[in-house]
Design a protein around this ligand. Structure first.
Ligand code: AMP
Length: 420
């Protein structure tokens, strides 16, 4: 596999799939968070500094056909400012202008193509009325898949090299994230720097962890995290459970959880995970106490009880002091830490302490030499909110993609290049 750092792009035209799916202000349509744009800079700079040129393609949002509110145009001024140079823009990724502008691109130049999802074949998922029959669905899908290949094939003619640096969509088998790689020779496809660092961080934790290795799982539902927890049970020394999923485990063990979040159909599964952890010698650590509210509201009345004694009419919305201390001790003694999902309803000030304290414990362990990887939308939002992102080893940019990789699944965007 070709590695971007060893490749010289002098005189080469590269087409790069980036993830510019950035949040936009609803009124002004300006970019409100440029993290993803900044994430692509090392790859773009490498190409143009070598004396190559690059064509950037990305999606933004979930447009249904061409919808101006999903245009990538607002990205242009931000990218130009960050790169310190003019960036060209083609207002249709497959149109005549895109073809001509790509062909005319000179060394050092950057061209951004309009949202690739303006073409439904990029995703390859037909939008059909509920009344469509299975036959109709199958036929529409086959037709769109054929068009997806056409889209990928045409985009591939724009450049000599394909670089995938869009980790956030690596779990999707889309035209520009995976299919396009088929239209380049194997030695003309590679990952960009962002995907390389994401893979290095995840592989370090999955395959080469320093021990003790502690995984911390939080968030709302256990059902979203089953595969991840199962895969991790083969790898970790400790698994800390927090957040809403706690109460499904507690109920499964016969505890009282009041009105706390609970997935009644997952009690057996929770028990299975507890038993599997025992069999494998993994310490599964649940909170010991619970900060309860009498309603799901920042203005709720609160009270602390043992985690298995939440009174009727109350719901557990955060971990409390004893759990915070217990988790801190485990994290403090860990050499590898993986965190996914908040410990409570951290969006509400009253129930954010568990998550803030956990983030601080992870930052403190990192400063003592532990390796910490934070992933999954809400834990990343939390670590950013608390201003601790630069105090941990790695913050993943890909929510769904990271979860699937850590579950042990093959991601189409990764396989298309790594070929396994
Ligand atoms: P997830 O997307 O599964 O990681 O879940 C994140 C969401 O879980 C956040 O919006 C939290 O507010 C929510 N959450 C965390 N703890 C609890 C809890 N004890 N009860 C209800 N929701 C919770």
């Amino acid at each position: 596999m070709k590695m971007i750092q060893d490749f010289n792009f002098k005189g080469i035209k590269a087409i790069v799939r980036v993830d510019f799916n950035v949040p936009l202000d609803k009124k002004t349509f300006t970019v409100t968070d440029d993290t993803r744009i900044r994430g692509a800079l090392p790859t773009i700079n490498k190409i143009i500094n070598d004396g190559g040129c690059c064509i950037l393609m990305s999606h933004l949002g979930r447009p249904e056909g061409r919808q101006e509110k999903y245009s990538l145009k607002p990205v242009l001024p931000v990218l130009e400012k960050l790169l310190g140079k003019k960036v060209l823009f083609a207002d249709d990724c497959l149109g005549e202008s895109a073809v001509k502008m790509s062909a005319a691109l000179k060394p050092g130049e950057v061209l951004l193509l309009e949202n690739v999802r303006f073409y439904p074949e990029e995703e390859g998922k037909p939008v059909l009325p509920d009344t469509a029959t299975d036959e109709e669905k199958k036929a529409a899908k086959a037709e769109l898949k054929a068009k997806q290949k056409e889209l990928a094939k045409k985009l591939a003619t724009y450049a000599e090299i394909y670089v995938n640096d869009a980790f956030g969509t690596a779990h999707r088998a889309h035209g520009t994230t995976a299919v396009i790689a088929d239209y380049f020779p194997k030695d003309k496809i590679m990952f960009g720097f962002l995907i390389n660092s994401e893979l290095a961080a995840m592989d370090k934790v999955l395959h080469n962890p320093q021990r003790p290795f502690t995984a911390i799982m939080g968030g709302a539902k256990v059902s979203d995290k089953i595969l991840l927890i199962e895969n991790l049970l083969n790898r970790v020394d400790n698994i800390i459970i927090g957040g809403g999923m706690t109460y499904t485990f507690v109920k499964a063990m016969g505890g009282k959880i009041g009105n706390s979040l609970c997935e009644g159909d997952k009690l057996e599964l929770a028990m299975n995970l507890i038993n599997k952890a025992k069999e494998k010698g993994v310490k599964l650590i649940l909170p010991v106490d619970s900060l309860n509210g009498d309603k799901f509201d920042n203005e709720a009345n609160t009270g602390i009880t043992a985690v298995d004694a939440v009174p009727d009419g109350w719901m557990g919305l955060d971990i409390a002091e004893k759990s915070i201390k217990l988790f801190d001790e485990v994290i403090n003694n860990s050499k590898t830490i993986l965190w996914n999902g908040p410990m409570g309803v951290f969006e509400m000030e009253k129930f954010s302490k568990g998550t803030t304290s956990l983030a601080r414990s992870i930052a403190a362990a990192t400063s003592k030499g532990a390796y910490s990887l934070i992933g999954g939308g809400d834990s990343v939002a939390a670590i950013n909110k608390f201003g601790l992102a630069d105090k941990v080893s790695y913050v993943s940019t890909g929510g769904g993609a990271m979860l699937e990789y850590m579950e042990g699944k093959k991601l189409p965007g990764i396989t298309a290049i790594r070929g396994e």
